[in-house]
Design a protein around this ligand. Sequence first.
Ligand SMILES: NC(=O)c1ccc[n+]([C@@H]2O[C@H](COP(=O)([O-])OP(=O)(O)OC[C@H]3O[C@@H](n4cnc5c(N)ncnc54)[C@H](OP(=O)(O)O)[C@@H]3O)[C@@H](O)[C@H]2O)c1
Length: 335
Amino acid sequence: MSTDTIPEKMMAIAITEPGGPLVLKPQRRDVPMPRPEEILIKVRAAGVNRPDVFQRIGAYPPPKDASDLPGLEAAGEVVAVGANVKRWRIGDPVTALTAGGGYAEYVTVHESNALPIPHGLTFTEAAAIPETFFTVWHNVFQRGQLQKGESFLVHGGSSGIGTTAIQLAAAFGAYVITTAGSADKCDACLKLGANRAINYRDEDFVAAVKDATDGKGVNVILDMVGGDYVDRNYAAAAEDGRIVQIASLGGPQSTVNVSRLMAKRLTHTGSTLRPRSIAFKGTIAAELEERVWPLLADRRVAPVMDMIFPLREAWRAHERMEEGDHIGKIVLDVS
Ligand SMILES: NC(=O)c1ccc[n+]([C@@H]2O[C@H](COP(=O)([O-])OP(=O)(O)OC[C@H]3O[C@@H](n4cnc5c(N)ncnc54)[C@H](OP(=O)(O)O)[C@@H]3O)[C@@H](O)[C@H]2O)c1
């Protein structure tokens, strides 16, 4: 490991207490030391995700052994490598899924959870990729088993997750339907490759999905809403449909008609990425690099950039996210 130019201290954004965006404050912290299988990244940009907001308000504590600092993804240059690191060399540009700690000038990550920056992407674009691409790959393609020629519904189509899910599902040959809360958001989703965008404030998504699929319903649903959407998802699903739950923004409790589940032979599953093992995340990274990185390098798929804020103003980034007007990803510039 080389430590020549690495300072002992760094600037990081800490959650000083559970609360609103202003509890995010710059702090001096020790630069983390990479373990034998880890790399140290000099962060150039860090992605902001809704789970960071939940962590900030005290509703999503970091897993044991993870940094208490927020930040689930970061891009930058490798500046030190642990003794057993095989793939990376000092100076390599990488983007990585982190278990926390992305809102900082330096972060450590297991070497298998880092990926090369796809050709032609900036650090800010690269930092906007890991959290949503890992989540969508696992939940839509591994768990939901979305196949070419099938139909797919993603709720929250203009979110970081939604914009990724629309593009990947379309790129892999699915018929894509999405819901969003305004005409502008629906337009953005159509431009990204959705075949049909439903403004859920004006239209009942179950009826619209049935209409768009000749009454059959959709094969796979990615849902971040939960609450009363669960039963409506059962209604919007096709026979043998797969519904994958990744959040419950509309509430965790739900009343469902289980007869529908049986009659249509539905599968309702779900997952959360952050607590999964490094090895599991490494397998997703490997699949993404093989199947999705070429699409990013060709610009057939790209992170949708909403706004970029300086690291010190992370609180503004959270404000922007909580206002709910963003389309795509909010990123912190750490240069
Ligand atoms: N399970 C996992 O592994 C995992 C990983 C990453 C993220 N997530 C979750 O995925 C969700 C999206 O994350 P993100 O970072 O992409 O967040 P984001 O960009 O802030 O998106 C949230 C979206 O949810 C929609 N929304 C919010 N409240 C809603 C409600 N009550 N009913 C309907 N739609 C609602 C909003 O769209 P409208 O304005 O159109 O309503 C918005 O586009 C978050 O809940 C996050 O916690 C889960």
